[in-house]
Ligand binder design. Sequence first.
Ligand SMILES: C[S@@+](CC[C@H](N)C(=O)[O-])C[C@H]1O[C@@H](n2cnc3c(N)ncnc32)[C@H](O)[C@@H]1O
Length: 332
Amino acid sequence: MKPPGEEPIVKVRTVEDLMEMAHGYQRSMVLFAAMDLGVFSALAGGPSDAASLARRLCADPRRLAILLNALVGVGLLGKKGKGYRNGEIANRFLADGPASKASILLHHLNCWTEWTRLPHTVRAGGKRPGRKKGYQENFIRGMEDNARERAAIVAARIPLRKGERVLDLGGGPGTYAVEWAKRYPGARLTVFDTPETLAVTRKILEEKGASRLVALREGDFMRERLGGPFDFIWISQILHAYSEKECRFLLRKARRATAPGGRVAVQEFLLKAGGTSPPGPAFFSVHMVAVTEGGKAYTAAEIASLFRLSGFRKVSAGRPDARGVGVVTARP
Ligand SMILES: C[S@@+](CC[C@H](N)C(=O)[O-])C[C@H]1O[C@@H](n2cnc3c(N)ncnc32)[C@H](O)[C@@H]1O
């Protein structure tokens, strides 16, 4: 029997399953196209027919109506007469609002070109296509969409002491740092990330009224000093973008930046031994092949080994959540 909370595994068992898998990209693009056009945000204000929606979205009414019908087919929209309305999931997660997943979905749309080159990348690697304008904005806001709920869980599980100096390395939107800063006002949080990312982070912090809660440090963590010493270094969803050699280099830097008695924690989409499951991390690993030079999803044992090879001791791994996200902690 499947352990409770584990991600369901959808297996290809019949030719119908096979065709379903092959057509999966069409469902994705119907959703992404509707996001890109602004369908769900436009319908958040109330139902509309295709013609008036097309005028608002500067779209072709005939083609838009066909797209809207497909969205009704998958349950994202409802239809009564000629009027289309958002379904509950669309209103909550696809229109603007506090639970919106719009940025992470638009980020996946931005990665589409890289995915279409996957056969070439697997064969030969090589030069990647340039990134679209707005890429970083959707990427970093998408990280906030992904981390919103998880950050509260992590901050509750990893309490901080008064005066503790914490580095959120590659902290992106600062979701974790802000959550810790709110819960443990005595701790001192720093988010280290690239200038390009922190330009987006500043906007997010301002929108959340959290600009004063965390310090921002700009730089490339592969080239520049991390600063410190820090009592706790949090490295969330970073290692998967780098090769094992690069991960060891980064973890050695983290070890040098850790104060005596301090700790470092890595959070990742964790694969099980063998690398074939859970399906979320297994597909995420392919995503890393598509969008990075040397990245992949790691197993908890691989991360523990990276820690040890970088001079850490007392390595321990927590149980991953239903999406396969887990934390491995170590001390120098
Ligand atoms: C996948 S996001 C994770 C964000 C955040 N840690 C989280 O878990 O929500 C990776 C972050 O690492 C940053 N990053 C990647 N390589 C970096 C580098 N060499 N120097 C500084 N930041 C880097 C990216 O800008 C991005 O914000």
